[in-house]
Ligand binder design. Structure first.
Ligand SMILES: [Zn+2]
Length: 645
């Protein structure tokens, strides 16, 4: 059980201060530094485009300045979707079973709590019967169709889970529904799991998950500037027309509702009608990315980033990432004071408007594409970083050497004397393979558009039902998710050590041979996968690609330019139907949204005309052969030495 709030400091003192003296800088009975940072950060709401976000940006900038970082406020004008008026009610005959009306003004000072809404929903009103569509995925609509149930003109009711919510809205629209209501099944993160907030950590029946329903899998970022950067204030940049923009946004009414409301709808029977009125504002607003820089000796740089915006107060999402990175900034500062000099520069990025569709990071990445390609070494992502003490990490292969070193230096908060390396090993004593990054957080532009290697990590285990609710707040964090604040402190220590190691190793921190070996395994695994009882790619096809990676392995070993390995794999024309995504080896799944799907275009080709798959495989083989010959030339020209500047 988690200790009560008043005992948290005592517990921290008793269990851990001995091992953390000089790091946490909290004496016996003093408030842990991360707790104070989180308390300050989460005392205001931080929705992008509101005054809360602006003061949050200043607060982050001040904390970075205190640590001696050069601070830049990167301001951009982007399209956002704010709620203005929201109404949902249920009637059966003359009886009103429930009614909820909420209003919001994004220009209010101070910014208030953001009501329960789905960003990018269409505006309008409807009154209709409700169809329960399960999770609202393709299989659910197929099942309903087989049973003779149509959803055209109806309001569909869908449970969260199984895919990105934007995909559910898209499917509901495609099937002709008038509106979609989303709710969290209380069996998954509410009363069915345990005590609800504030007594426990699970979701009360009145709370609901906010979120964006934009088309992440087509292109993240500002929808009016797909593939190029949105301009700073006062600059007239190129944008899509209003019609082009509207075509890329949902055309359906969508809003989350609480489990209590969903229960009332499910109990109301056939004759009940739901009335929905939604007024949202799609307007240009200024957003602010905050960047802090610790200069290195050359032009190269490593980035650690996290989004600083939140739906409401966001203590976990992504306040826990923000606090961890700010604490890492303090730890790095201490190393510099001790005489350490960064080789590659260290950039700490605090992105805005992630919640609306990864906007801040995407626009910044597009604006700095050239510099990133030439000098970006790695992107390390923090987001909802802390909800417990269980360490997990995913990302691009190529940093095993760095991780081996770094994880051994960071104590595991769950075991006395243990370290994160031990915590991360699988049962057979081998390090776990990194899970591929799909989408749903700020690594997306770096991994899928720019070809930078990226890592994404978290400390989890205690999460309740707080995700995107108003009770993802300081109390939830302090009582339930990280009551000792050791998750935050360990996350900060990990980021500090990782940045330190990557900065010091420079370009040689990335092991191209390891990455090539991983890609060969990935492709061979796909060769064995079956679809409807048949291999969809097949071992022969897979082998043709995999042997290219085998051949690259030896040549990339110790090669300075190997840090650009993932850039070399990019397909300049992009993926089919989504040119912004340029990584042909994995992409967020069209039908899942968050999770990565390997070889996305080949998968499509396998379902298409005969011969499409052959030519798709040939395209990859040709590109890899071309890469191999440039690598061979470079090696032949004698630049094979690891000479990082
Ligand atoms: Zn987040």
């Amino acid at each position: 059980m988690t200790p009560p709030i008043r005992n948290a400091f005592r517990l921290l003192s008793a269990l851990s201060i001995a091992g953390w003296v000089g790091l946490a800088r909290a004496g016996d009975g003093e408030e842990p530094i991360c707790r104070r940072l989180s308390r300050e950060l989460t005392s205001h709401t931080r929705l992008a485009g509101t005054v809360g976000s602006e003061s949050g940006a200043r607060w982050v900038a001040e904390r970075l300045s205190e640590c001696g970082f050069e601070v830049e406020l990167d301001r951009r004008v982007v399209l956002l979707s704010h709620p203005r008026f929201l109404h949902v009610s249920l009637r059966s005959g003359d009886e009103e079973l429930f009614a909820r009306t909420q209003t919001f003004d994004p220009r209010a000072i101070p910014a208030g709590d953001v009501p329960i809404y789905s960003a990018w929903s269409h505006s309008g009103r409807t009154t209709a019967r409700v169809v329960d569509v399960g999770r609202g995925l393709q299989a659910d609509y197929a099942r309903l169709a087989r049973a003779g149930v149509g959803v055209a003109g109806r309001v569909v009711l869908a449970r969260y889970g199984g895919a990105y919510r934007g995909i559910k809205a898209k499917l509901a629209q495609a099937h002709g529904a008038a509106a979609i209501l989303l709710f969290s099944d209380p069996e998954e993160d509410g009363a069915g799991k345990g005590e609800v907030y504030p007594k426990g950590r699970f979701k009360p029946g009145w709370a609901a998950q906010r979120g964006s329903i934009s088309s992440l899998t087509v292109a993240p970022g500002d929808v009016t500037t797909p593939g190029w950067a949105s301009p700073p204030p006062g600059v007239q940049g190129r944008r899509l027309s209003a019609e082009e923009t509207a075509a890329r946004l949902p055309g359906i009414l969508c809003t989350p509702i609480g489990a209590d409301e969903a229960g009332a709808i499910l109990d109301a029977g056939e004759d009940a009608r739901v009335h929905i009125e939604l007024e949202l504002e799609r307007k240009l607003f200024e957003i602010v990315n905050v960047l802090g820089r610790l200069p290195g000796t050359g032009e190269d740089f490593v980035i650690a980033g996290n989004h600083r915006d939140a739906w409401v107060r966001g203590a976990q999402d992504a306040g826990s990432g923000t606090v961890s990175l700010l604490r890492a900034a303090q730890l790095l500062r201490a190393r510099v004071d001790d005489g350490w000099q960064p080789r590659a520069a260290i950039v700490l990025a605090f992105w805005d408007a992630e919640e609306f569709g990864l906007i801040g990071s995407t626009e910044w990445g597009e604006a700095h594409a050239e510099r990133l390609r030439e000098h970006g070494l790695c992107y390390i992502n923090a987001d909802s970083t802390v909800s417990g003490l269980n360490f997990g990490i995913g990302g691009s292969a190529g940093f095993q050497g760095v991780l081996n070193e770094v994880l051994k230096r960071v104590p595991d908060p769950k075991s006395s004397g243990g370290n994160l390396w031990q915590a991360w090993q699988s049962e057979d004593g081998k390090p776990k393979e990194l899970r591929l990054l799909g989408s749903g957080s700020d690594f997306t532009v770096f991994v899928h558009h720019l070809g930078l290697p990226a890592l994404n990590f978290s400390f989890h285990g205690n999460a309740g039902g707080q995700y995107h609710t108003s009770f993802d707040d300081f109390l939830q964090m302090d009582r339930f998710l990280d009551p000792t604040w050791q998750g935050h402190e360990t996350a900060a220590r990990f980021v500090c050590e990782l940045l330190l190691e990557m900065s010091t190793r420079g370009r040689s921190g990335f092991d191209g041979a390891e990455a090539a070996a991983f890609m060969a395994r990935l492709v061979r695994r796909a060769g064995l996968e079956e679809l409807d009882g048949e291999p969809w790619l097949g071992s022969l096809h897979a082998e043709r690609i995999a042997v290219q990676f085998d051949a690259l392995q030896g040549r990339l070993k110790g090669l300075e330019t190997a840090y650009r390995f993932y850039q070399e794999l990019l397909q300049p024309r992009g993926l089919q139907g989504r040119p912004w995504y340029r990584n042909p080896y994995w992409a967020p799944g069209i039908e899942s949204g968050y999770a990565a799907e390997t070889l996305p275009d080949l998968r499509r080709a396998a379902r298409g005309e005969k011969g499409e798959l052959d030519s798709g495989v040939q395209t990859l083989v040709d590109a890899l052969e071309a890469y191999r010959s440039t690598v061979s030339e470079a090696a032949g020209a004698g630049t094979g030495e690891t000479t990082t500047r």
